[in-house]
Write a protein of this length. Structure first.
Length: 132
């Protein structure tokens, strides 16, 4: 059965030489989710896998959810997640951070609903602290 790509062919040269996407291109395309999964893989795993609509199965507080997360992830995985958080925070001001957080990760929870209304930055910094 032919699936549309001949097995002997490689990626077209024009695709290989295409420059990386600019922020404006990402904003204009529906690529935000894939961009987040690629650049912030471990953070995306944490947000999508642990802070979903049923997060309260693992605990009712940030500390309880992250304690459960830490039980099933290696020290290296925790380090990579903290590094993802740091990279994500370094490149954005607070307004841009909140917008990009929603676009990239499509969270089922709102950071402002946790512990007295933290900002997205405060929430991510608290997560990084708890992952130590």
């Amino acid at each position: 059965m032919f699936l549309g790509i001949h097995p002997a062919r490689t990626v077209p040269r024009a695709w290989r030489s295409k420059p990386s996407l600019l922020r404006e291109e990402i904003r204009s395309n529906a690529l935000w989710t894939h961009y987040g999964k690629f650049l912030y893989r471990d953070l995306d795993n944490l947000i999508g896998g642990w802070f979903h609509q049923d997060f309260d199965i693992e605990g009712s507080t940030l500390e309880e959810v992250l304690a459960a997360y830490k039980k099933v992830h290696s020290l290296e995985g925790l380090r990579r997640t903290r590094a993802d958080i740091q990279r994500f925070l370094e490149k954005r001001d607070d307004r841009q951070l909140k917008d990009d957080f929603v676009r990239l990760f499509h969270p089922d929870v709102d950071p402002e609903d946790w512990d007295g209304g933290m900002t997205t930055r405060q929430w991510l910094l608290r997560i990084a602290e708890l992952l130590q």
